[in-house]
Design a protein around this ligand. Sequence first.
Ligand code: RBF
Length: 299
Amino acid sequence: MIKGITFVHAASTPAVYDTLHRYFSAVGLEPGRAWQTDVSRGAPLLAPVGSFELLDGIAHLPAEVLIEVTAIDDVHLAAKQWLEQSVAAQDLAGRISNIAPTTWKSFAFTIEPVPGVRFAFWQWQDPLRGKPLAIEGDLSAAGMRFGIVVARWNAVITERLLQGALDGILRSGGNRQDIEIVRVPGAWEVASAARALAETKRYDGIITLGCLIRGETAHYEAIYNEVSRGIGQSQQETGVPHGFGVLTCETLEQALNRAGIKAGNKGFEAAVATIEMVDVHRRIDAGAAAGSEPDRRPA
Ligand code: RBF
């Protein structure tokens, strides 16, 4: 829900604004997208963690720290509940404002968690408005439905991949009831089951898990080419994101390392990538449906 934090500074005169702008640019803050109206202007100066924004012509600022959010109603509710639980009833007056329109096409409210220390939370009125450059998915699986296809061949590995994938979904806010697990004999069968699941359109994303070990697999190259081609084709032709968690390894030891021993768990990674891609698809579709630019973030 939190999108970014902006520290703002309203300059006292246009000349002070210009001087400060030159100063902060000279010390190496990266220029963000500057804006200008008839009466005011602003110049965000970016750093790897957040931004500092110079303002000119703004008479009233809600606070010097502005926190950009999505779902401002939820944030307001959470802030209110926090205050009611943390502050004595007689000290509550004036500590949180209602959500109200701002002068910059957005809504905001202010809160004083400590008397005299005020923060503003705000959200653009147009939910698709955001900072430009890249569309990026969130890693929240809440409300998403997944199909997981897991090969039984090399089960000592693939069961670990499955545990990793489940861990990835559940720790990202997904629900066990929204996950269908399909077991198939071996990697060769994974693509066909993945496609059958994707074609039902009951799932937002599909996660494919298997393990091919070169030493034990005749025509290893031919098989893994076909497995990956089939999974890729299912993803392209159904439009449902498919995470790829089919290991292709030289040895059992290498496979174990990729299934949670030393080199992470590729099942977990495939699940997280799938969650992200489901959200990427949603953002692209939402932008297309609204006929506007999709929500983007600084790349
Ligand atoms: N399936 C796997 O998931 N991983 C393997 O390493 C693997 N090796 C195989 C080696 C041979 C010689 C054969 C015949 C099958 C192998 N399979 C393996 C199974 C394959 O994916 C498929 O389930 C079966 O061939 C039945 O169609």
